[in-house]
Design a protein. Sequence first.
Length: 641
Amino acid sequence: MKTVTILLSLTFLLIILPVNALVILDSFDKQVYNSGDKLFLNGEFIRDVDTRGYLNFNLQCGNNSARIATILVDTDKADKQKFSQLVLVPRNVNGECEIEIKLTDESTGETIEVTKMVGITITDELNADFAINKNKFQLGETLELMGNVNKKDNSLASGSAAIYFNIENQTIFLDSVTFNNGELEYKRDLGFIPPGEYNVDVELFDNFGNKKFLEDLYLISISGNLKMTSNFDKSIYDPGNNVILSGSVYGLNNAILNNVEVDVLIDGKTYENLVLQDSNFYSINYPLAKNIKSGKHAIIVNTKADGGNYGKETLNFTVTQIPTKLNLDVKSSSFIPGEEVFFSLNLIDQAGDNIEDTINVALLNKDNKIVSSGIFTDNGKLKIPEMSKPNTWKVKAEKYGLNDEAAITIKEYTKLETELNGDKLTIKNIGNIKYKGPLTVIAGSLEKNKNIVLGSGENKEIDLKDLLPNGIFDLKIPTSGKEFKNVAINKPKSMFSGLSSGFDSLTGNVAKNVEGPSRKFGLGFLLLILVGCTLFLVFRRKMDNGRKPSYENLSKMKTNKMDILEEPRKESPYVHREQPVHRQPVEYGKATQEDIDDFKRRMVKNLQEENQKKSWNQFVNQQKDSMNEDNKPKGGMFNMF
């Protein structure tokens, strides 16, 4: 609290009371007092009448008042009475205070006289100064706080102090200490308290209620972390190597650590527990297993020290992946040419884990010559070449000096490939053995078979005119699985080709059964018709040649014709001419009723002609389809009889 100094220095106080009363008060030894200080009241009382009563001394400090002394006075007229009394300054008043002197009658208690005088300043504030040993601490270290506590007159104070340790305006813990004769000494072990940044407040109280609050007196830092420096002898290890790890443990600001423990965990399992006695240095030697997993491995070092200090460090070392085994798995064991050999690969390390890497795979024939090869990771395929001969082959995989292989069988395979060029059918043996058997050609309802012999890789051309009649066919080759649409077969025309097509209706059904009882009669009748037609055509040709006009007659005919054309046209009297009809102008783009009727007549006529053609073509095709040349008798036309 602020002290208010007195404005007037008094060597003595002369108080003149009414009715000839006089109080002489000696001056005080100081102007500012703390609560509990001693105040010496010394003076004389004089009154010009006989008086028996009380002098009451009160401190008036603002709105507060406290009686500090009461003195009995008993004087005769004009006599003096000396008084002297040592009093304590009360704690419930503070500030600038006046001294009120009240004279009261002893018997009646009535106030006889009252007067005030400028008095003293009273405060409850103490003076203090402090020192701290340091501002940064490690858990387990000791904080030392030294201080001096005085009153305003520099007199030594005694009392107690409260010490607050705050983090972000929240008190984490507090402590207390007493001080005597102005000396304060505080020591605190900082073990097992929450680490952090602390604001230290100090609140002082003496025995008389004087106080002092020192807010944010110090800012201190308390750390519970231990620092570590750990190193491997190298960063990459092979299976079976020894891992050497060494390091040291220390606190902040070179703090002294006691009873340091080091726990080492490798891959989550405790490997070693050390207690460091003379120094903070440690070292471990860890042998790696032969089948340890490759890749990164973690070592965790946990450290502890007295006071709750703790440290943790995670380090990683790497184990090399060593290929130890190569597995090749072929999905099947027998194949035909052109098929693909599917396989899976596994390159395995020392721990039985897969290695992601490329692997060389080759397909070898019976002579151990590479037919095809490739580079793969986990799955792959190789194709067996077309027309590969039946035998035992193998698939072989290699990497890092490791290998694995699997035997496969190339089976016998029969396969024909057909291609069509016009009416020429090319057959190729793409199998791996000789083909000896029929080639089937299906053309509509016809089915033709031709025996062929082809070595592997050989080809042969067949003229379809030798197998099929004239016409347009959709061909199917079951042996090769091929189909060909709209294949035209056009055989060279002979003298009887026109007749044969005209008489398909007769020959189509008759030719199906050469051995039937009525077969010979029908064929004989057909032969007579053919001979008759031939004679008729020869005779007709001669008759036409006999009637052929000569060149002169032809010239005359042309001349007469031209004359007729040049002669003026005569109008017959019998010809009735209609009067000219005035027609409306033609509107182009608009059909008249006459145009519409004419269009309908022409369309109907075209449809009728088209239907007649279709009916005839259907009839002819049906007769052609009914024929089967494989069932015709061999040896010529006359063998039919």
